[in-house]
Structures are given as C-alpha cells and as structure tokens.
Design a protein. Structure first.
Length: 136
C-alpha cells in the first residue's frame, strides 16, 4: 500500500491527522481480513515513510523534511514493544532534526532474515546489520 500527501509543509495538523486515520483504518481492515480468513499468523506488515519531519514547526504551521523517522512492524507474529532507543528532543542535530538511534537497515535485515528466512543479508544490504529479534 502506498499513500501520498504526507509532505505537509503547511497547515499540517488537520491534514496529518486525517492521513494517519486513513492509514490506521486501512491497516485495521487488512488485519481483520487476514484474521477472518485464518492467515493472521502468516502476515507481517512493515510501515514507514521515506523521510522524517523536523521537530520544530515552520512559519506555515507545517514541518519540513527531517532525518529520523519511526518504522513499524505489525502483525500477530510480532513481539510488541519498542526496539532501539527513543530519540531525544533535547539533543537534535545541527539542522534541528532528531538523531537516528537505530539504522533502518537493521529493520530491513530483521524482515529479510527473521521473517523471510533469507540468510545472506550482506548480499542485499551491502553491510552487516544485526536483526532486532522482533518475531516470536
């Protein structure tokens, strides 16, 4: 699934809330459907955005592109919780962005190795990225 419109440089609060509700509703419907057909144990969803947002609001009541962003892995086989450290709002980089605490390639590595069962991560990710032990 792909949903555009998150590039909210102006008037972010209403737009962002509506877009996140669309995402939540779509995920809820999908997960209920796979549960209904008895396939919930076979499904893991990775959810992320291609860019983060700045911490501070700009002059147009929006936020500009930032650095760090959350990633989610959702599904019945997922051990819930937070993996990695919360970024600090007190320690931003020189651009006013959150500082990444977990490399996104670790999340990719987790999905590729732990979920898909492919062992040769360096061939795909061009480096060694430890997995996060997300799956039960």
């Amino acid at each position: 699934m792909s949903l555009g419109g998150f590039d909210t440089h102006a008037n972010q609060s209403g737009t962002q809330q509506q877009l996140l509700m669309y995402v939540a509703d779509a995920l809820e419907g999908f997960l209920k459907d796979v549960q209904r057909i008895g396939r919930a144990a076979d499904i893991a969803v990775m959810l992320f955005t291609e860019f983060g947002r700045r911490v501070a609001q700009n002059q147009s009541q929006g936020t500009d592109h930032g650095a760090a962003t959350p990633m989610y892995i959702i599904g019945e086989p997922v051990k819930g919780g937070v993996y990695g450290q919360y970024p600090s709002l007190d320690h931003l980089d020189d651009n006013g962005d959150l500082i990444m605490t977990t490399d996104f390639r670790r999340v990719y590595a987790t999905m590729i190795k732990e979920w898909m069962g492919f062992e040769h991560l360096t061939m795909i990710l061009k480096g060694d990225f430890p997995t996060l032990a997300v799956f039960s």
